[in-house]
Design a protein around this ligand. Structure first.
Ligand code: GRF
Length: 203
């Protein structure tokens, strides 16, 4: 299977996917990595792994739809089976999301449906929560609202800072994202209506 991975930053999830492919845990190839920001470390990771990269600077477009149309054209040029959002920090238009219905995944650092949006670690700490986590989900037009595929939980410790919590969460991200992608590659994971299905069973 061919993947296109979209990033905006450090790309540690991209690295986890690259590593899973190298280790034979994920039977896919990354056709391209696309970033909306130049000079991010994720692009270097891709180049180091011999993966083609594209930078599409959203600030050079007049509107969100114009950016999304250009992004879609870039992605579709690589003919991916699956689009993987890995720290891609842009809100996507409904037309774009519909075009990739059932073939686009995102990872979000919270136990969805809790804490949609940004600054999840900070908000969990502010709320005095004892549990936090990360979710992989199908992308649907509602921001961070698509059907959840897999989650990992982590405890929130009294000593935690935003950074220590983020680090504990990221370790889990790097485990569950390649796993979910492999399920998709194996044809075991599907979106049916607004329901994620694994091996024909509702998740
Ligand atoms: C991750 O925490 C992910 O959950 C969120 O953005 C971050 C991306 O990190 N959506 P990285 O670029 O993969 O290191």
């Amino acid at each position: 299977s061919a993947l296109v991975v979209l990033i905006s930053g450090s790309g540690s999830n991209l690295q986890a996917i690259i590593n899973a492919i190298k280790a034979g845990r994920l039977n896919a190839r990354i056709a391209a990595v696309i970033s909306n920001r130049a000079d991010v470390y994720g692009l270097q990771r891709a180049t180091d792994a011999g993966i083609p990269t594209v930078t599409l600077d959203h600030t050079r477009f007049d509107s969100r739809p114009a950016f999304d149309q250009a992004l879609q054209a870039q992605i579709d040029g690589f003919e991916p089976d699956l689009v993987v959002l890995a720290g891609f920090m842009r809100i996507l238009t409904p037309d774009f999301v519909r075009h990739y219905a059932g073939r686009m995944l995102n990872i979000h650092p919270s136990l969805l449906p809790l804490y949609k949006g940004i600054h999840t670690h900070r908000r969990v700490l502010e709320d005095g929560g004892h549990e936090h986590g990360v979710s992989v989900h199908f992308v649907t037009p509602e921001l961070d609202g698509g059907p959840v595929i897999i989650q990992a939980k982590v405890p929130v410790l009294p000593s935690d800072t935003e950074q220590s919590l983020a680090q504990r969460i990221q370790e889990q991200e790097h485990i569950i994202y390649p796993r979910a992608i492999q399920w998709f590659v194996e044809g075991r994971l599907k979106l049916e209506g607004n329901q994620a299905m694994l091996d024909g069973q509702a998740l």
